[in-house]
Design a protein around this ligand. Structure first.
Ligand SMILES: *Cc1c(COP(=O)(O)O)cnc(C)c1O
Length: 390
């Protein structure tokens, strides 16, 4: 048996050997010309992945929560009104962050597994006075996918900025930042970007940068002040050195390798591959007659699947059995239903073989716990879905 268990959770994900190898070379100086070149290339490739030639890319040593934190810190001043669309765990987190910086937050909360009705969003924005709307593209706790282009368009119609937490979506779900008019799109290295944890990545529109430049009060977060990092990012893209705080040199090397792979696959091909893997996995769960948290497949994410346990099967017995079969998957995350469902991440450079292997591990764990179904039926359903989409 392989010593390494397959990591099929919604981040961190399985990392490509070439990406891992890029981390294990001796660390150079951050002033080294070759490193400046690598950093500059990575920033350029971010533009392709976020589909933004106009925006400003940032890469800073931190996790995704930091990118959320500084989006709020840089855009919000005490008393600003923000509309938060809440579809789950990470939306709740964004609400807490916004309140730390003094935002007056109004929430539109969707039922579990649903997403907010655009009409309700428009009715609220129409009341006026909103500086920004904040929402997750994919909420990792529910597996629900938000409709970014519709929401971004509404934000702009009513003069609000549009901030998207794309930690569980960027580089896997369709996101056209410039075309759709997204003002901030943010993510972390360990999800679909495919690099071990440690980098926060985000892209800011010129309009949002201007809002930051014309603030009345200083940004209340020193390490996260966009305008401290801006000259560093601009310098590296121009293949010049500038310093604010030491970059995560080995991680940025790995990032450039992973972004090269993403660009080589082609971002559109990558979206299509994630849709295909997601449809196959969801077809497998349907064949097992297991319900999913999203209320319909149209609003389900393609980066992960959130599945309810059948009656009588507990997280505490199911997850270790799947692990024994060589695959690590996640339990539930959303507090009110945490014990009722599991989550499988299927993003990044995993193969169809990894996907089928995961489904077969789930089948064996369920069969071992006495769940009655035709063994092999989930694998067959996934195979058929992959075949039909080929
Ligand atoms: C993982 C995740 C985060 C948090 O990222 P960290 O790197 O753990 O700080 C935020 N939002 C979403 C949607 C996520 O999936």
């Amino acid at each position: 048996m392989k010593s390494h268990k397959l990591l099929m959770i919604p981040g961190p994900i399985e990392f490509d050997p070439a990406v891992l190898a890029a981390m294990s070379v001796p660390t150079s100086s951050h002033t080294d010309a070759a490193f400046i070149q690598t950093f500059g290339e990575a920033l350029e490739k971010m533009r392709q992945v976020f589909q933004s030639s106009q925006g400003q890319p940032f890469v800073v040593a931190a996790s995704g929560t930091f990118a959320m934190d500084v989006a709020a810190a840089n855009l919000i001043e005490a008393g600003d009104r923000v509309l938060l669309l809440n579809i789950g765990y990470f939306s709740e987190r964004f609400g807490e962050i916004l309140e730390r910086y003094g935002a007056k937050v109004t929430q539109i909360k969707a039922a579990i597994g649903a997403r907010p009705d655009p009409q309700l969003v428009e009715d609220e924005l129409k009341k006026g006075g909103y500086k920004a709307i904040f929402f997750s593209h994919v909420d990792t706790s529910t597996g629900v996918l938000n409709d970014v282009p519709t929401l971004a368009q509404l934000a702009h119609r009513y003069g609000a900025l549009c901030v998207v937490d794309g930690v569980c979506s960027i580089a896997a779900e369709e996101l056209r930042m410039d075309e759709w008019g997204v003002d901030v799109a943010l993510t972390a290295s360990q999800k679909a970007i495919g690099v071990p944890p440690g980098l926060a990545l985000w892209m800011v529109s010129q309009r949002a940068l201007e809002v930051c430049r014309t603030r009345k009060t200083p940004v209340a977060n020193y390490y996260g002040d966009w305008l401290k990092w801006l000259p560093v990012m601009q310098a590296h893209e121009a293949r010049q050195f500038d310093y604010f705080a030491t970059p995560a040199i080995n991680l940025i090397r790995a990032l450039n390798v992973s972004l090269s792979q993403i660009v080589a696959e082609g971002i559109e091909n990558r979206y299509a591959r994630h849709r295909r893997m997601s449809h196959a996995f969801k077809a497998a769960m349907n064949a097992l007659e297991l319900d999913q948290i999203p209320v319909s497949e149209e609003i389900a994410a393609h980066t992960l699947t959130a599945v309810r346990y059948p009656k009588g099967i507990q997280a505490s017995e199911f997850l270790p059995r799947v692990a024994q079969e060589g695959v690590i998957i996640s339990g539930g995350l959303l507090p009110p239903i945490k014990q009722e469902y599991f989550r499988v991440g299927h993003m990044g450079n995993i193969s169809f073989g990894d996907l089928i292997g995961t489904i077969s591990a789930i089948e064996r764990a369920l069969a071992g716990l006495g769940y009655r179904f035709a063994i092999g039926s989930a694998v067959a359903a996934a195979q058929r879905a992959l075949q039909e989409a080929a």
